[in-house]
Ligand binder design. Sequence first.
Ligand code: BGC
Length: 761
Amino acid sequence: MTTAQPSSALRILCRTTAAVALLSLAPLSGALAEVMPTKESAPLAPRANDPAWARADALVKQMTLDEKITYLHGLFPPNTKPAPADMIPSAGYVPGVPRLKIPTLRESDASLGVANQVEQRKGDVATALPSGLALASTFEPNLAYAGGAMIGAEARAKTFNVLLAGGVNLTRDPWAGRNFEYLGEDPLLAGDMAAEQIKGVQSNHIVSTIKHFALNAQETGRHVMDAQIDEADLRESDLLAFQIAIEKSNPASVMCAYNKVNGDWACQNDFLLNKVLKRDWNYPGFVMSDWGAVHSTVKAALAGLDQQSGQELDTQIFFGDDLKAAVAKGEVSQARIDDMVRRILHGVISSGLMDNPTPTTARPIDYDAHAKVAQAVAERGSVLLKNERNLLPLAKTAKKIVLIGAHADVGVLSGGGSSQVRSVGGAPVEIPLNGGEAASFVRVTWHASSPLEAIKAAAPGAEVVYVDGKDSVAAAAAAKDADVAIVFAWHWQTEAQDAPSIVLPENQHALIEAVAAANKKSIVVLETGGPVLMPWLDRVGAVLQAWYPGQRGGQAIARLLFGEVNPSGRLAMTFPKSADQAPRASAPGFAEQAAIDDARRAGQTVPGIKSFPVRYVEGAAVGYRWYAQRKLTPLYPFGHGLSYTSFAYKNLKVDDAAGLKVSFDVTNTGKVAGADTPQLYVTAGKRASTVRLAGFEKVDLAPGETKRVTLTVEPRILADYETSKPGWSIAAGSYPLYVGRNVGEPVLSGKANLKAWSRKP
Ligand code: BGC
């Protein structure tokens, strides 16, 4: 690995400037918030039967105040001058305490692989997984584990020991910039998948975060917007996904978000950090801030923030000398400082890092083996949305195949932001951005995995031609006499910006229409971060949702199209028919932010976007639940996905004697092997009665084979959260349920007679 090139360091520096510009204009920032400290919450009581807690406590007792304070604030390597000798460009660095063998924390982004945005470490490649939404669409927690384990192994070999992974914010809006990084709209699916990903990362004895706590559901104005939602709604939706994932995987750290939640920034939000996370969930690990998300010293420390990350991205170093001074003044107690350090050390010890230090120099990585994980996720997570007249799978005997658009000759699209991996094979296409908050650390990037080459290899006898699709007339002419025409359509999304709309950009609708008019056998492969509108749908024979398919995406797409792999992905997010079906048709604040970006491009000095509220009117009815409540029929429902075979469900048994268990048979009734994901939905909740995904399992079946599936239901999925108690409860009664192919296609229906049930928060 090499040190940062001057140009990339400069780009990263710009990211700082952008963040500071926004923050400095936020009303009620730093100073005012600082004079309103919350009462200090008692440090967590000693935890019985937690050896990591006892070891952490013993270490804390040996540390000086200066050593403790040093561990409470992290550097942002691209901006650190002079850089410590062992620092390499990445997201973060926190010096350790060598005399006590307390490790230096070396942090890397890792949502989809070991990140290397804008190639800050020249030539340092890593395995790039498909997007998080593709992973969620596999409905296979074991693939999430495999992905996490792979990333963790690469990170450790590259000398990193803290991974900024585990993004589990629910996808509330189809245009939201980071949807591709997250795990979809359902708390059970997202929570289960995040848990396995984190377990996989931490199986390498390194720290994983879970992020962004909480409600970082849109990128527009992410540093200043105020996410507003009722407590019960929050507990039943985004917080439930976090709660499930944290309980199952014990992430060493939780990263608090940029935005405000109900009036207070997430990183100084007493309700979120002290009350929910540390008190109600008894979370023993540490809360690290997002990069540039801290606004105060005393208030943040008392509200539950344990570590300031990437300090150069904040307006000041809050958790350094300032914190020390606050201790001297008695504004923050020594006990709270000890609590902060103990929590960090708890994560370092419980993850296994303390006893298994990371290497000091990079180690070799088996990239070929790791690429198989990336390919498996792409193959199992791609969703066959439509397949009329069995247009797919393609026959290997086809004589002429035309591929159109999206640089399908050289690669596949990737989502932008801190998750960006410089993948093995490099980036054949990279386009810098012309302004906007993402411009300083993001380029529109393609991974080198050519669908053209993969399709040529799959059909060696065919003439396979690529046209770039810029000219619809030329594309239609090329498609006219082909056996099949495949349009690769793209919609790029990135952290730090929401998409202006979910319409395919440039001339792609016209392109698809023109190709479909010229050739009846037209197929669309979608490389998108999430849902897009499809006004052309009736004109094309088949649509494969390939998401951002990662560094083996080209090969995966070819194998799916030719039936070497039977598609088995199921949508982890609802696809709307029109933009106005979703709770918000576009990002609140988008127009204001766009005007600011335009003025900046024109060289004007302009203030940043002002704080603004976003009221989440759907509450806990995120995604498909919103559609069910409003009786809206989407274009494609949550859970939808076709196969080259067919499946039957039979013999439903509802066991509601103690809790709820549902079992049934799944049979492959077709002629080829395939995998299905039957889904259990229960209509529950007296506060807001909605249909809820209560269980799922992916099953691989040979032709004619039957397997019995048993799903055990997590009661909180069916429960109401009652703030008056406070806690979870299910009222005794009869609850309708069904096993379906997706939320809109019930196959077996029944009822569960549930007894009254309750649980603390
Ligand atoms: C992102 C985080 C990321 C951090 C460090 C922030 O802008 O929101 O997800 O981990 O940067 O790169």
